[in-house]
Design a protein around this ligand. Structure first.
Ligand code: MRU
Length: 358
């Protein structure tokens, strides 16, 4: 079984901290940083030191623990207050990946229920650490199950195109979009990957390529504008991407540029797969148009490569995500199975089978 880099983990007991790979420095430098308060966790999520929807969820859950970690001697009411405040603050870190809000809802419900059962401050703090560790550990299992379902869609000697990074660095486990590739590799299949560089922050070139080559997988980096050409040359058998938010209707939000890849895939008759845990499904939304899209600093485009690349007079528009309509999605690969030609009925069936209410 191949070893995957661990994006982040909790270090120590209740008064511990989070250790995470500073992803903004990859691949030039592999630095592990310590995050020990809520403010620094929010900053780490915002600058993409930790990124990718499931990893953001795990980081936010640990962020709540950082908010109460120094309070075990305090009253249960004080710990609950601190947990609620931390949840409110962490929810402002980034707007699009729904796993952030999913994880915070879990932490908030745990805090309220344990407080309601008459726990002491110390017991409440411990329950929150246990809940965050459980969120992390279930994400590990979920990624593997996504990998197993997805690997069944891959044949030996196939080539996958992916966009952004939805690998181990983006999750608490082996990834979502990259998990089928890792499991296929374990099964002895020879799978090659084309990684879109993913402008403007280059998660594909910097992180996916680093992660895949470290795992011994043949990876070729292309610029985003080359994807359609590479498909037309017959180099690609299927596309697998991750997601930041999937609506109950089956529309898929992912890194900016994904929608164009899906259109090109349809034109070339190639399967377009989305791999994501059910925690990425926003059960409150049906239409992709209702998903809030993060708009990031224009500097990421104007000075993204370490020097000014646009003239002073030009305006910049920098949406970080786009939405691929369900009609362009061949299937969504989840931990409970593969949802072919997703629509509201099939999404609800999958949610029901996992006991998720909506
Ligand atoms: O801005 P990022 O790097 O957090 O965007 C990440 C993506 O778009 C991923 O594809 C998505 O979160 C899925 S990660 C398993």
């Amino acid at each position: 079984m191949s070893q995957h880099p661990e994006t982040l983990h909790w270090h120590g007991a209740l008064d511990g901290h989070v250790r995470m790979i500073e992803q903004t420095l990859l691949p030039a430098e592999h630095r592990v940083i310590e995050v020990s308060n809520v403010k620094d966790m929010i900053a780490a999520i915002r600058r993409l030191a930790v990124r990718g929807a499931p990893a953001i969820g795990v980081a936010a859950a640990y962020g709540v623990v950082l908010g109460v970690g120094s309070l075990p001697e305090s009253s249960s009411d004080a710990v609950l207050d601190a947990a609620e405040t931390s949840c409110d603050q962490l929810a402002e870190a980034r707007p699009t990946a729904v796993n952030l809000f999913w994880a915070l809802n879990r932490m908030r419900s745990k805090a309220r229920s344990v407080h309601g059962e008459g726990a002491t401050g110390a017991e409440l703090c411990q329950a929150l650490l246990d809940e965050a560790l459980a969120i992390h550990s279930s994400d590990r299992d979920t990624c593997r199950r996504i990998g197993e379902h997805g690997a069944a869609l891959l044949n030996n000697d196939q080539t996958v195109l992916t966009h952004c990074n939805a690998g181990a660095l983006a999750t608490g486990g082996m990834g979502t979009a990259l998990a089928p590739i890792y499991v296929a590799q374990e099964e002895g299949k020879n799978i090659k990957v084309y990684a879109d560089e993913t402008r403007p922050l280059l998660q594909g070139a910097r992180i996916t390529a680093w992660e895949l080559s470290s795992a011994g997988i043949d990876v070729t980096v292309i610029t985003d504008g080359m994807a359609a050409r590479v498909m037309s040359e017959g180099r690609i058998d299927c596309i697998i991407v991750g997601s930041d938010r999937i609506t109950r209707g089956g529309d898929v939000c992912n890194k900016i540029g994904t929608y164009g890849v899906a259109i090109a895939a349809r034109h070339h008759g190639l399967p377009f797969y989305v791999a994501a845990p059910l925690s990425t499904v926003d059960t409150n939304l049906i239409e992709g148009g209702d998903i809030p899209i993060e708009e990031r600093d224009p500097e990421e485009i104007s000075s993204g490569l370490g020097r000014r690349i646009t003239p002073d007079g030009s305006k910049i528009y920098n949406p970080a995500f786009d939405v691929t309509p369900r009609d362009l999605v061949t299937a969504i690969i989840t931990e409970v199975g593969v949802i072919q030609n997703p629509n509201q009925g099939k999404m609800e069936q999958a949610l029901n089978s996992a006991g998720i209410s909506y």
